[in-house]
Design a protein around this ligand. Structure first.
Ligand code: ATP
Ligand code: MG
Length: 215
């Protein structure tokens, strides 16, 4: 594909089902670099499936998915990991320190990058007020649910990915915490392409793409 004129993300006539039962049929979607798009639609419409296809976890039965003009199916794992930051509804705590939660043990990530990610997500003061700061060993009780969600955003943002994918990340939060997470997202999303999924109007960002799905 001619990548000068290619959109950042493109779904071209994509048809996909996990079995004979189709989830997406002849779907087209273009997202330009730096654009923010929210996928909306009823449960089962295929919103999370779109992200999984974009991550290359599944292959469409028909059509193609391009990232910067390159078919996702032709991209290497390492190349993809540098491009994407993916945040799900639930946070997966890993054994280790607060720093490890953010870096996932990636030694190429600098302390400065960890601090910037913590600052962007509004967690810097909370972390620095811990006795051992970033070196504090983590237990689930160390942070609130909202703080864990902010940490998952820091984890996705720390490698400065070009594309952020956010799947219903405010679904389990109360209204006040949701606002805090949305503020953090606004800061993290600046100058970045973002695809998010939301059931709630309050969490919609940028252009809304409605999926009809099956009734
Ligand atoms: P929700 O708003 O509930 O998260 P969604 O729009 O994200 O819904 P998907 O998770 O993409 O919907 O699911 C779309 C359809 O595909 C649903 O009918 C679902 O049951 C089915 N599906 C999802 N994942 C799988 C899977 N791993 N194997 C088989 N079917 C699946
Ligand atoms: Mg979903």
């Amino acid at each position: 594909k001619d990548d000068i004129h290619s959109p950042f993300v493109e779904f071209e006539d994509v048809t996909f089902g996990y079995d004979e039962h189709m989830v997406l049929e002849h779907m087209n979607l273009k997202v330009e670099q730096g654009e923010q798009v929210t996928l909306s639609g009823r449960t089962g419409a295929g919103k999370s499936t779109i992200m999984k296809l974009l991550l290359g976890l599944y292959e469409p039965q028909q059509g193609q998915i391009f990232l910067q003009g390159i078919p996702v199916s032709a991209m290497r794992e390492t190349g993809k990991r540098k491009l994407y930051g993916y945040v799900e509804q639930s946070f997966h705590i890993v054994p280790g320190t607060v720093r490890d939660q953010i870096t996932l043990y990636d030694k190429t990530i600098t302390d400065r990058q960890v601090q910037v990610a913590a600052e962007l997500t509004g967690l810097k003061d909370t972390i620095e007020s811990l006795e051992h700061g970033y070196d504090t060993e983590c237990t689930p009780e160390l942070f609130s649910q909202g703080q864990w969600q902010l940490l998952s955003i820091a984890r996705a943002a720390v490698s400065e990915p070009k594309l952020l994918m956010l799947d219903e990340i405010t679904a389990n939060l109360d209204a006040e915490t949701e606002q805090e997470v949305l503020q953090a997202l606004k800061r993290v999303s600046e100058n970045r392409t973002v695809i998010s999924i939301s059931h709630r109007n309050s969490a919609e960002m940028g252009r809304i793409v409605r999926l009809l799905g099956k009734i």
